[in-house]
Design a protein around this ligand. Structure first.
Ligand SMILES: Cc1cc2nc3c(=O)[nH]c(=O)nc-3n(C[C@H](O)[C@H](O)[C@H](O)COP(=O)(O)OP(=O)(O)OC[C@H]3O[C@@H](n4cnc5c(N)ncnc54)[C@H](O)[C@@H]3O)c2cc1C
Length: 422
């Protein structure tokens, strides 16, 4: 099969991840009754196994409990994890915690790392990332952000005739807003909240990220938004209100006013890790379909002898290899310290659509077994649709690609064309 130029370290890690998937994760997945979720004990057992196989949190530095692999060495392992919806949870490379850990590792203070990053890596707590807001707040256009965070200094409070119920002497941030689609929001112990800190500045310079414990006064977990998506982990997508939520000054994550930059630093790699996990899903879906077509007979031959399914699977496999190559190129650029906006956008939009097509094709060729939940395809089918919207809808990424595409035109190419009246 296709070989990429992955390093020796990347291949060895992926080989251990493959063993974990084949020997532990897939057997458990096959035992779980379709449409149900696994228990916390199962999650703990999966993570214990990942530790034993040497593939637990490979993306995090060793000093915080991970394995310290370089970003571009992680690709094949994330692909392995994506072969089952349980894989990312087992290896602790699951969204949104994985992206949040990345952000905390990059910009967290020592206290934030000790209090939140280390327990996150250990799997003792979980997190959410609160950016998207209901209409007409932040969505595809995050500049439309309406959630605010205002600094309330101890000095201001001391002179106020009616001081708020703040029990600390130091400066605080007061967060007011309304977020939704915060993945993990219901169960999260800590929320990273994106808020506007300077109403006068352009949002690119006037937003910041805050670390907010989910049990802080004023955090209202309104509901888990009912949604499409088969999920054996049972993660939630919450609507959350922030009503005068007070956090100490030190809960600012990174630099004040650099929220957009920090989010971009989180989202660039997170989009690629999503692509890698979904490539693994596509690959598994095609494997399931090939196996079914090979065994199932109709009209006198195995279905795998018929030209139409053979060609369709050949097309999907080709598209998948192209997506994997694109993602690797983008990851190399990120590992080299580039922003790689174009490469990431191309990878995200292409992989999301290729995976959706692969899963749809696989489901079709498994007949009713594709719709049933004995096989993983129906859950894959429900999960993959969101990928064309989450982390930037197709159109938002195409906008980035189109800006690049239209940067260069060449009027000479049109010389031979006749104009009206010429
Ligand atoms: C399963 C799931 C999990 C999520 N998890 C999180 C999370 O953890 N944290 C978080 O903050 N958010 C999360 N989101 C929200 C997600 O990031 C947003 O849904 C996404 O950014 C789109 O924003 P919107 O829903 O407001 O769509 P809108 O901004 O209302 O856009 C609607 C549609 O308009 C089209 N469109 C947008 N812009 C353009 C354009 N320029 N040109 C042409 N067409 C365009 C696109 O088709 C888009 O889907 C999640 C969403 C889903 C579905």
């Amino acid at each position: 099969m296709f070989r990429f130029d992955d390093s020796e370290a990347a291949r060895e890690l992926a080989e251990r991840a493959r063993a974990l998937m084949d020997e532990v994760v897939l057997p458990l997945e096959r035992e779980v009754e379709g449409g149900t979720t696994i228990s916390e004990d199962d999650v703990e057992a999966l993570r214990e196994a990942a530790r034993e196989y040497g593939v637990y949190a490979p993306q995090v530095s060793e000093e915080y409990g991970g394995m310290g692999y370089a970003f571009d060495d992680l690709l094949p392992t994330f692909e392995q994890a994506g072969r089952s919806l349980l894989g990312p949870t087992a290896m602790r490379v699951d969204a949104p915690d994985e992206g949040n850990m990345h952000l905390l590792e990059m910009h967290g203070s020592e206290r934030q790392k000790a209090e939140y990053l280390e327990p996150l890596v250990a799997g003792d707590i979980s997190s959410g990332f609160s950016m998207t807001e209901p209409m007409q707040g932040a969505g595809s256009d995050p500049k439309m952000i309406r959630t605010t965070a205002e600094r309330d200094t101890a000095e201001q409070r001391s002179t106020s005739p009616d001081p708020p119920e703040a029990d600390k002497d130091g400066d605080e941030w007061v967060i007011d807003g309304h977020k939704w689609w915060t993945t993990n929001g219901v169960e999260a112990d800590v929320l990273l909240v994106f808020a506007r800190t300077d109403g006068e500045a352009h949002p690119y310079q006037g937003c910041s990220v805050f670390v907010v414990p989910s049990d802080a006064d004023g955090v209202g977990i309104e509901r888990d938004i009912p949604h499409l998506g088969g999920d054996p982990i049972g993660s939630t997508h919450a609507e959350i209100t922030y009503d005068g939520v007070r956090v100490p000054e030190e809960n600012l994550l990174g630099t004040e006013g650099a929220g957009f930059r920090h989010v971009q630093e989180r989202l660039g790699p997170a989009r690629l890790t999503h692509c890698m996990r979904f490539s693994g899903m596509a690959s598994r879906a095609l494997t399931v379909a090939r196996s079914y077509l090979d065994e199932r007979e109709a009209f006198g031959t195995p279905l795998s002898d018929k030209q139409h399914p053979r060609f369709e699977l050949a097309r999907r496999e080709t598209e998948l290899q192209a997506a994997r190559a694109l993602v690797r190129q983008a990851a190399d650029a990120i590992a080299a310290g580039e922003k790689a906006r174009l490469e990431v956008s191309m990878s995200k939009v292409f992989t999301a659509n290729v995976t959706q097509e692969a899963v749809d094709t696989a489901l079709q060729f498994c007949g009713a077994n594709g719709i049933g939940k004995d096989l993983p395809l129906a859950d894959f089918y429900e999960s993959i649709r969101a990928f064309r919207i989450v982390d930037g809808a197709d159109e938002v990424h195409l906008r980035t690609v189109a800006d690049h595409v239209f940067e260069e035109t060449d009027p000479d190419e049109l010389d031979p064309v006749t104009r009206f009246g010429q």
